[in-house]
Design a protein around this ligand. Sequence first.
Ligand SMILES: [Zn+2]
Ligand SMILES: [Zn+2]
Length: 217
Amino acid sequence: MCDRVIRNRDICTECEAKQHFVDGETCRKCGKKITGKDGIYCYDCRRTQKRFDRGFAVFEYEYIRTSLYRFKYNGRAEYAGYYARVTKEKLGRTLEMIGIEAFIPVPIHRSRLAKRGYNQAGEYARRLSELCSIPVREDIIERPVRTKAQKQLGAGERQKNLKKAFKLHSDGVELNKVCIVDDIYTTGSTINAIATLLKDAGVKEVYFVAIAIGKGM
Ligand SMILES: [Zn+2]
Ligand SMILES: [Zn+2]
């Protein structure tokens, strides 16, 4: 996404030709690209237990990082339209077959929301919701604690950092199949923390969709 002004399109043809989608062999758990010798799960999913059932991502992170950075930090909320359109094309049918009842965007703390003006995961979830006719539920998970930026921390610290970051609004959730929505999936600790809350509250199946994902090792 070069930020050039174009008419009637959400991305210019040059940038569109440069996109790398997550395809071929992917981890059966988190959706990371893997090589055949890994088996069906990536190194990370073989090593650590995940509470979510399965995840899917659209773009390979390293090729879309500049675009995602602008989307998150430079006010380009409208990029959500393009990300959602491609997500619908790639994963719409899968989400429909699973029977997802609601999209749950990863919330950001209100101080970050005030500073940024929008929650990037929320923008993406709303555009996806319009295209897939699946409602967005932002009333289930809240983020009462402001945590340190995850990217500065190692895996163990991330988990500790996130343990108290999220909270469930009520005791039970009346949904059976939900899909957490986020911009980037890296170690999965954020998604896992939310999936744990949802499963403990009685949700039977928890999935996730991310715009981009890193490579499996
Ligand atoms: Zn462009
Ligand atoms: Zn995996």
